[in-house]
Design a binder for this molecule. Structure first.
Ligand SMILES: [Zn+2]
Length: 205
């Protein structure tokens, strides 16, 4: 059985720097009939379990540790008994939401996890958050970008722990190294492609 991608949208809030916003977050699940990985754990464990179904969860992969991406990660971990994986540079953000427990596995540049016969590879793309990572799945022709790259451009960098120059460099050096037809599955909103965002930013391939 080939690996596939399943998706849902979960609604809740995002809080940082003393302000709270209503947000809709994408939940992405990659795997086959037997096993899967979950990318981001936003607002509601049941929203995630509805996408997972009966499958074994191998890992809970976090694109970064803003609360709208990691809030229910520990609760999901208890339900499905799978390790939470996060880039360690996002520890200060994680600790804003989870003061009494940590994640399980550090996601470093080049970290690979196999699931359902396909492989997700972590690209460290700091800028939106210091520990922001994207997950490239070469044989599915896609990349999960979290809040680093959206349809319409780079993620926000106006708040604490963000860096606008760094996110632009991460996108240019890491994401625009991927082929134009690579589908971009984002943390919020609609899909795009590397080619569409490259031309929107006026950068040559
Ligand atoms: Zn974010």
């Amino acid at each position: 059985m080939a690996a596939r991608i399943d998706h849902a949208v979960s609604s809740g809030t995002f809080t940082l720097d003393g302000e709270t916003f209503d947000v809709d977050n994408n939940i992405w699940v990659v795997g086959d009939e037997e096993e899967c990985v979950v990318i981001d754990a936003p607002h509601d464990v049941d929203d995630i379990l509805a996408v997972v179904g009966e499958r074994r969860v191998k890992a809970i992969l976090l694109t970064h540790a803003h609360d709208d991406h990691c809030r229910v990660a520990p609760a999901l971990r208890e339900k499905v008994v799978a390790p939470i994986m996060l880039h360690p540079a996002d520890r200060p953000l994680w600790e804003l939401t989870h003061t009494d427990r940590l994640w399980d596995v550090d996601l470093d540049e080049g970290f690979e996890i196999e699931v359902g016969g396909t492989t997700l590879r972590a690209l460290h793309t700091p800028g939106h958050a210091p520990g922001a990572v994207c997950f490239h799945v070469a044989d599915l022709g896609c990349v999960f970008t979290g809040d680093t790259l959206f349809q319409g451009g780079p993620g926000a960098t106006g708040r604490s722990y963000s860096d606008e120059d760094l996110i632009k460099e991460s996108i240019r050096a890491r994401l625009f190294a991927l082929s134009d037809d690579t589908v971009v599955h984002t943390g919020h909103g609609d899909d795009t492609t590397i080619g569409a965002e490259r031309s929107a930013l006026g950068q040559e391939g």
